[in-house]
Design a protein around this ligand. Sequence first.
Ligand SMILES: [Zn+2]
Length: 503
Amino acid sequence: MIVNVGVLAVGIVIGLWAGFAYRRHMRSITLFRPALLLVIVAATVLAVFFGTSYMASRPGPNCILISIDALRADHLGCYGYARATSPNIDRLAAEGTMFLRAFTPCPGSTGGHASMLTGLYTLSHGAYVNGVRLPPEARTAAEVFRDNGYSTAAFTKNWFISPAVGFGQGFDCFIDNAYGIILRKAGPRLFARGLAISQAIRRALERPGFPSSLEIEDALTWIRFRHRHKFFLFLHIMDAHSPYVPPPVFAGRFGDTEPDVARILSLHDKTWEARLSRPEAEFLVDRYDEEILSADHKIGLLLEELEHLGIHNNTLVVVMADHGEVLDESGHKQFGHGTLAHGGLRIPLIMWWPGKIPAGDRRQGTVQSVDVLPTVIDILNLQDRMPRQGLALFGSADSIAADRPAFATGDLSARDEYTVITPQWQYSILGEEAHLYDLPTGSAGIYNLIEQYPSVADSLQAVLQGWVDRSIAEAVVPYSLEGRSVTPGKEALERLKALGYIQ
Ligand SMILES: [Zn+2]
């Protein structure tokens, strides 16, 4: 506190001194007028910048929610993958708790993130498919943290979770590396204006197609600035997302084929309409793994910074994905996400807080993205005035059963697409059709067993329909896709194309 007041006082004294000096000499030292003006501006900026930051200083604990877009759990070392794709995530898993059976309720970026940030299933939060706006009635994690006195910030570069699609609510500072900045409070506004200029320069220098490091650079800058105040940081990393072009420093780490960018992009284009040969598919998987390595590297930088600032023991870190990724699996789109394929629904989920979260714990129970916000609220003892549909995963819900069903919605824009997953089965409604897959046999997407197991199908149909009805009944806005979509602008369309969302 003494330091805080001292910093503010020094800023004010410099400002007053510069002001008096300017008044005294403004007639006689015309030559130095611009320099004196500069000193006044700089001193005022320093006083406001540091003053607001330090005066608001309060102890943590902090929370960092990291979403790695399209990250498969089974391509991480800690989930049993043979390749060393994830040394830093593996460390978090070793020192924290890992959920082995985690699923997203929506295999799209808008819906998957909306569930993660609201603790509500897709039909309840209202952001049903990519580009459908998250309504203000769906109060988000950022709003919960803000209402509990936290500084809140988001760093992303995916238009589908941008403020234009309703994801700005609750954030003091929302930095979208691709499209612009939303800001509300005095301190972060000043900070964000500075970043806007630096971003414009850095974006101009970026190589198109490669995942950049803008989001982690800006997140680390923000943490350095705000770490004396308790904070909630949402960090969204796009590296593992298609078209699988790893940054040069990681390209070629896996596999023995030259990772030529033109070849990657031409094969990615091919995934839209044709099946790839086995070597072509393996080539793309090698690049996907290198992109995971790149995302993992960013998490390493973040951990380093937390330790450097001495706040690592006072910060809850959650690492997860908005959805998985289908990688050359039979019966579905060969690569990508958005369908109800098992590979696009299973996600990693790791929680880390040294001394607070059990270390080395491996939970077998089935969990979903909707459990994340209730768990964070429970761990940090936050006040929340909105009912959530997920469960708090520690404490009373410690023994979540492995056979707890997981639910998801698919692309609802053209037809009904719902699924329920148990350890044994996946039952899906796809418009007029129904599919039943036996998961342990590895035949998901290939053999529809609906005729062979009618009683299994009937009971799962009842469970699934019950969930759909409940989700619609508990929705924050009446279920409708009419007039809810947000149309991306020209620049957003270009960026979405570069990310492989559209052709
Ligand atoms: Zn996504």
